[in-house]
Design a protein around this ligand. Structure first.
Ligand SMILES: Cc1ncc(COP(=O)(O)O)c(C=O)c1O
Length: 389
């Protein structure tokens, strides 16, 4: 590994007001919320430090290079050519989705989500006055696929006006293929359903897979798709609250711009996004190698030591979805087991909606030594549990 990318280095995060580290006791290893225990790329750090040194943090305008950097990133990394005018700012992907839902739906409409899925999808749908229609994913042979027959039924409902897609999918780790996305897109197009495509994890894809932006597949899909992206997962910048919504439809853009969301990145968020997208690629390559190494370590460790817990086949993300149903614990029992017996804070599967019960989501965005420690704890706790049965 190149010396400037030392992902093995353990960096103290306690006492930094980190939601991941500072909200439970110090005897718990936090492997939950989706940020990583790694420094952001050196170039991003330097740019922020330099700007901070100016010591005047007044109102800003968008830098000339920010949207250009987004356009170039999508073209280089995802083979998607967009117009700069399609880019709007959001202080996070979730607020972006919320505002899009307000624009694209009316209270009382139905919105499709595909559980188990990132929990705020349910909340923002309800906050927009809509009802959730769940097109649950199919879990078979350790892998998830979409249930297109059920999707078609739900899309056909005249009250269904939108679908919130997670692509790649958190927590199940699928990087949807172009064919899967085209099938989903065409069902939605046929039945007049808009798609909000949350592609926040699109840069975190393993070597053998390829992310396809849904809106890049065809002009017809572009016309019904609103894509949310962010450098926050990719470069570990979540605290800078910087995301982008790609809105090719000028009328929807006009309404989005009229929403109460901030229209500008913060002074540091804008700089970080521009520098990350234009100079962070080498760092990202090294990060992905490291994450795949952690993924492989976990896979081998579970197979050799904790075969009762099965890691779902994932194709990207630094999050893994673990099938713990063989432990025979109910939702509360599994939560208590992970916290009290294993000393691990992971996300509980039931919070991801139907189909998540008995699973947990574990964050591998950490130095290998932390992962080793976490898995050793889990191993011991599972052995103790088996002995007690
Ligand atoms: C699928 C997905 N969307 C959105 C977010 C959060 O995005 P933001 O912090 O930009 O609102 C996350 C964070 O874990 C996520 O996994």
């Amino acid at each position: 590994m190149e010396p400037d990318f030392n992902f093995d280095r353990v960096i103290e995060r306690y006492g930094t007001d980190s939601i991941k580290w500072d909200t439970q006791g110090r005897d718990i290893i936090p492997m939950w919320v989706a940020d990583m225990d790694f420094e952001s790329p050196r170039e991003v750090q330097d740019a922020i430090i330099e700007r901070a040194g100016h010591a005047i943090y007044g109102y800003t305008v968008e830098s000339a290079g920010l949207k250009r950097a987004v356009v170039d990133w999508l073209s280089r990394r995802h083979n998607w050519t967009i117009d700069q005018d399609w880019i709007a700012f959001a202080p996070g992907v979730v607020p972006g989705i919320r505002v899009l839902l307000d624009i694209l739906t009316s209270p009382g409409d139905k919105v499709i989500v595909q559980s188990p899925v990132y929990p705020p999808f349910f909340r923002v749908t309800r906050e927009s006055g809509c009802t959730v229609l769940n097109n649950q994913l199919i879990y078979e042979n350790n892998r998830y696929t979409m249930d297109f027959a059920d999707l078609e039924e739900k899309a056909k409902d005249p009250q269904t006006t939108a679908l919130v897609l997670c692509s790649p999918h958190n927590p199940v780790g699928r990087v949807w293929t172009k064919d899967e996305l085209a099938t989903l897109g065409n069902i939605c197009r046929e039945h007049g359903v808009f798609i909000i495509s949350d592609e926040i994890h699109s840069d975190l894809v393993y070597k053998d897979y390829k992310h396809t932006p849904l809106a890049s597949i065809s002009d017809t899909l572009r016309d019904i798709t609103f894509t949310c992206i962010s450098p926050s997962k990719t470069f570990n910048l979540a605290g800078l609250k910087t995301a982008f919504v790609i809105i090719p439809d000028p009328e929807v853009m006009e309404r989005y711009e009229a929403s109460p969301l901030p229209k500008q990145a913060t002074v540091f968020g804008g700089i970080a996004a521009e520098v990350a997208y234009s100079q962070g690629e080498r760092w990202l390559g090294a990060l992905l190698d490291y994450i795949e190494g952690n993924r492989q370590y976990l896979k081998t460790y579970l197979r050799e030591n904790i075969p009762q817990i099965v890691d779902v086949e994932n194709e990207g993300l630094y999050l893994v979805w673990l099938d713990c149903r063989e432990l025979g614990l109910d939702a509360e029992g599994l939560e208590r087991f992970m916290l009290d017996k294993a000393g691990l804070w992971v996300n509980q599967g039931y919070t991801f909606g139907s189909g998540g019960e008995g699973f947990v989501r574990m964050n591998l965005g950490c130095p290998r030594s932390i992962l080793e420690k976490g898995l050793a704890r889990l191993h011991k706790a599972v052995n103790d549990l088996r002995r007690a049965m």
